[in-house]
Design a protein around this ligand. Structure first.
Ligand code: ADP
Ligand code: MG
Length: 674
């Protein structure tokens, strides 16, 4: 019998290679694919050009006047021009670099063209010719180098055809009726293949509710679990050794760190599973707090795991911790997606028999083949990059796993309750003594030369510099091209005297690690990078960061990026190059210049987003949802949270007939919120 949780390889035409490429997009199961929703819909219904504005995407039907002409430039470039008679008025359509399209156009026939309208010249730059009646709304998905738009569209169609009969509703009928929601089958259909903008919108409303509701149900589950008395979760604390370890650190813990360590210690000692969120600004020293929790656990005879969102971070943690723990009983192992099979084969048995008692890694940590001897503590770094279900999956790796989630992006209390209501919170609200605050300035692009002169000065003083390439959300490919161009520019300027490196998201993990290592070792003095460097990367000698088109980033993200400098003893600098186009953009720039306080900035971020500023909403420190936006859709979120709470408050809710599918979903579906 088919199940939505079937692996993606069950579909025709998906072999191992394609599966890997799909995995990279977060698609592992048929459910993942069916809930991989369009980024946007292109409206391909016919339009009256008199109503169209300049630059608008339009679809027109017209008669071809005469033969199309083709002009070629060199081997690859060509323009096909064709005159169309649309509503009795002639217009020129030009197709760039699609020479083959000429064959599809015949004089005196009727064709439908989709393209960009140029009002001034009264022309259309053609994108494609639409052949059949087709769907009027083309669903456009986030694609990748290996998985093209076309492929995704086809796969989703196939998955829907094959699996639509097993799409069952998990949201109880009572709720669906009460809030006028569609069933899950129709929601999926209408989000992928909408007949009109309206039908997509209605489905979106249901989809958001469902996503939030299932998220909140999982939160409630975790909350319940926290209450259960379970002596297996208890860790016996070896105070003497812990104090000794703290005494020999090269620095004094801050009061805030000590307070938080005590909160964690109390949790670990208690016969209940810890579920704690540790908030602390960039550089506040969360890692050492986590390390002490790890040491408590290991000395108490259990294993600990630390999960980070990227390989670079995992590697960095593993190195630092191995060094920190070299005179202790802690044995560190590193396990990520790119751990080579041979190394993996050595590592897994040592995790299983407990020889390795601290496992650092990425989400590879909760793969099925990874078995722990007795996992007692799981630390999740940059926790907002993981979903509640991933927290759950890691917890499922032991019989009583204490959980410590860490984040550098604090969120206001009200929202914290809805988003992280399952966790207790600890806050490090103090930076280590002697930290100099980063000097931040904002320059318009016209003054870029000042920034270049400053960079040179820092490089000559043997410091290292980051240049952050602007964020282009279009696609990885565009991002890479853009970063590469900037890299070339900086190499032209600085390349004679200094070594310039490049880091972007299209590189393999090995390549990224290589570049980061080179930068750390000072082989590169200047590093041009995309936001890949964002989290946790630690190079003390890098004291200057220049962020290009800084207004393209959200506040939380700028704060995170800036946190890459200011890690050493020297004065650090951040230069923002930006010409923000509106008031909100200017406010964002002023806020980041004015403050280095993460709590202030996240509050400001939410405030500006409340005013309609959606730039960089992705990195606001909130969990990411497929459809919903916790701020923009706060109404739906609140309702969903209340309903989930209501359901769980009823005794034996799992066995009530109306909740059977819901309970089953929560049991079987570990990694997807829909
Ligand atoms: P974050 O909270 O951003 O993860 P880290 O844990 O990476 O910050 O700490 C940033 C730097 O500060 C590290 O180099 C760490 O060794 C150092 N550090 C941590 N705690 C203290 C302290 N109490 N005094 C001085 N330096 C500290
Ligand atoms: Mg950190």
């Amino acid at each position: 019998m088919k199940k939505l949780n079937d692996a993606i390889t069950e579909l025709n035409g998906v072999g191992p290679k394609k599966a890997v490429a799909l995995n990279k997009l977060g698609i592992n199961t048929v459910r993942d694919l069916l809930t991989y929703f369009p980024r946007r819909y292109d409206d391909m219904s016919l339009i009256d050009l008199k109503q169209a504005v300049d630059g608008q995407k339009v679809t027109v039907k017209g008669i071809v006047l005469g033969e199309p002409t083709i002009v070629r430039f060199g081997r690859k470039r060509a323009i096909v021009n064709v005159q169309l008679l649309v509503n009795n008025s002639p217009i020129t359509v030009s197709f760039f670099n699609q020479p083959w399209i000429k064959k599809q156009i015949e004089a005196n026939t009727e064709i439908i063209v989709y393209g960009t309208f140029n009002q001034v010249r009264h022309q259309i730059q053609g994108i494609k010719i639409i052949h059949d009646g087709g769907n009027q709304f083309a669903s456009i998905y986030p694609a990748s180098k290996e998985i093209k738009q076309n492929t995704i569209q086809k796969l989703i169609q196939q998955a829907f055809d094959d699996y639509q009969s097993v799409i069952v509703d998990v949201v109880p009928e009572k709720l669906r009726k009460h809030y006028h929601l569609e069933n899950f089958h129709d929601t999926i259909y209408n989000l992928h293949f909408p007949k009109s903008p309206k039908s997509a919108q209605l489905a979106l409303r249901t989809g958001k509710f469902m996503e939030f509701f299932l998220y909140e149900m999982q939160l409630q589950e975790m909350r319940e679990q926290k209450r259960i008395i379970n002596s297996v979760a208890q860790i016996e604390i070896d105070d003497q050794s812990i104090n000794h370890f703290i005494d020999q650190l090269p620095f004094q813990l801050t009061n805030a760190q000590i307070k938080v360590i005590n909160e964690i210690k109390a949790d670990l000692k208690a016969p209940r599973e810890m579920n704690r969120l540790l908030q602390g600004d960039v550089g506040s020293g969360k890692t050492i707090v986590a390390a002490i929790a790890v040491l408590m656990t290991v000395l108490g005879g259990k294993q600990a795991a630390i999960m980070a969102p990227t390989e670079i971070l995992a590697q960095q943690h593993a190195n630092k911790l191995a060094n920190l723990f070299k005179d202790t009983a802690v044995n560190v192992g590193l396990l990520t997606g790119s751990t080579k099979p041979a190394a993996r084969k050595l590592l897994l048995p040592r995790i299983e028999d407990g020889q390795i008692n601290l496992i650092v890694g990425t989400h590879a940590l909760f793969q099925t083949e990874v078995r722990y001897q007795n996992l007692g503590l799981a630390v999740i770094d940059e926790q907002h990059r993981f979903g509640v279900n991933q927290r759950k999956a890691l917890k499922a790796k032991g019989s009583a796993v204490n959980l410590l989630s860490m984040t550098a992006t604090p969120i206001p209390r009200t929202l914290a309750i809805t988003m992280y209501g399952d966790m207790d919170t600890s806050i490090i609200d103090e930076l280590p003594a002697g930290r100099q605050s980063i000097k931040t300035t904002w320059l318009p692009a016209a003054k870029t030369n000042q920034a270049l002169a400053f960079i040179k000065k820092q490089l000559l003083a043997s410091h290292q510099v980051y240049v952050v390439a602007p964020l282009i959300e279009e696609s990885d490919a565009v991002d890479m091209k853009n970063a590469t161009e900037i890299y070339e520019r900086f190499r032209t300027i600085f390349g004679e005297e200094f070594n310039v490196g490049l880091l972007h998201g299209r590189m393999t993990n090995d390549e990224k690690d290589e570049v980061m290592q080179q930068f750390k070792q000072g082989r590169y003095q200047l590093l041009v990078a995309t936001t890949v460097i964002e989290v946790g990367v630690d190079v003390a000698n890098a004291n200057t960061m220049v962020i290009l088109d800084a207004d393209h980033f959200g506040l939380a993200q700028l704060h995170q990026l800036r946190g890459r400098v200011g890690r050493g003893a020297d004065q650090s600098y951040c230069i923002l190059i930006a010409d923000p186009k509106n008031k909100l953009g200017k406010e964002r720039m002023n806020a980041i210049v004015q403050s280095t306080d993460g709590f202030f900035l996240s509050q400001k971020d939410l405030e500006l987003r409340g005013q309609g500023d959606l730039v960089g909403s992705k990195q606001s420190g909130l969990p990411e949802f497929r459809l919903g936006d916790p701020i923009g859709d706060m109404n739906i979120l609140t309702v969903a949270a209340n309903e989930a709470r209501q359901i769980v408050s009823e005794k034996n809710w799992q066995s009530k007939p109306e909740n059977v599918q819901l309970a089953k979903y929560l049991q079987t579906n570990k990694l997807n919120n829909m």
